[in-house]
Design a protein around this ligand. Structure first.
Ligand SMILES: [Ca+2]
Ligand SMILES: [Ca+2]
Ligand SMILES: [Ca+2]
Length: 231
């Protein structure tokens, strides 16, 4: 179990410098596990080589945007993205929220929705040592502190490059696999999706470019939550 979340202190510090974030989502913590090496962000910090993140995630303000990870080297690889957002925390707390899963995960992608490990969740342990359990531990009707994770597992051949991305957005993907975090009291949701592209190798023509796009992530700020999104 992790140390208790610093609700009031961290929130007030965030909001003191980010007044626009009082309403809506804030990214409390995020982490990447790239081939067994954990990169954990409790505060904005330098990204590891091969990682690009949009400002909303890199600075942990809205937490919206994409994270792109480039991986090289023949053999097996794994890239896990973990995101612990709080929605409208100062209005209604960070533990009134729930998660949902939509669509069917493509081959090579694992997922998890859970309390982030301060009370009962095992998601962060799975982010560290794997595998994600493909389970929603904070479903509708059992609200708590929600965090989301996706993990890509893939094999690269000689000369190939893997491009993994994670996307958090305010608009639900039109199709594909994605995770949702909802604050039922404010009616706001965020959507996490991801993709894997494997480039290059023995057949460099465009046909060798494998695209496993699972959708887009979004936050429907100000929108009423629609029950049809719940799985
Ligand atoms: Ca909330
Ligand atoms: Ca779990
Ligand atoms: Ca959370």
């Amino acid at each position: 179990m992790r140390l208790p979340k610093l609700f009031a202190l961290v929130s007030l510090l965030q909001f003191a410098v980010l007044p626009s974030a009082i309403a809506g989502p804030v990214l409390y913590e995020w982490a990447l596990n790239i081939d067994g090496t954990l990169h954990d962000y409790f505060s904005p910090g330098a990204l590891p080589p091969g990682v690009l993140a949009d400002p909303g995630i890199a600075t942990q303000t809205t937490g919206l945007g994409s994270v792109a990870v480039t991986v090289t080297g023949a053999g097996a690889h794994s890239v896990t993205g973990f995101f612990d957002h709080e929605i409208d925390e100062l209005i209604n707390t960070f533990f009134n929220e729930f998660g949902a899963v939509s669509g069917v995960a493509p081959a090579g992608l694992r997922w998890e929705i859970d309390e982030p490990g301060y009370v009962f969740g095992n998601i962060f342990a799975h982010v560290i040592s794997g595998p994600l359990d493909n389970t929603n531990g904070v479903p509708a009707g059992s609200p708590d502190d929600v965090s989301l994770a996706l993990a890509w597992n893939f094999v690269l051949g000689a000369g190939q490059t893997g491009h993994v991305h994670f996307l958090v957005d305010s608009v639900a993907p039109a199709a594909g696999f994605y995770l949702t975090q909802t604050d039922p009291d404010s009616g706001s949701s965020i959507f996490l999706s991801g993709g894997l592209e494997i480039e290059g190798g023995a057949a460099p023509e465009p046909a060798s470019y494998v695209l496993l796009l699972t959708g887009i992530v979004g936050i429907a700020l100000g929108r009423r939550y629609r029950q049809s999104r719940v799985v």
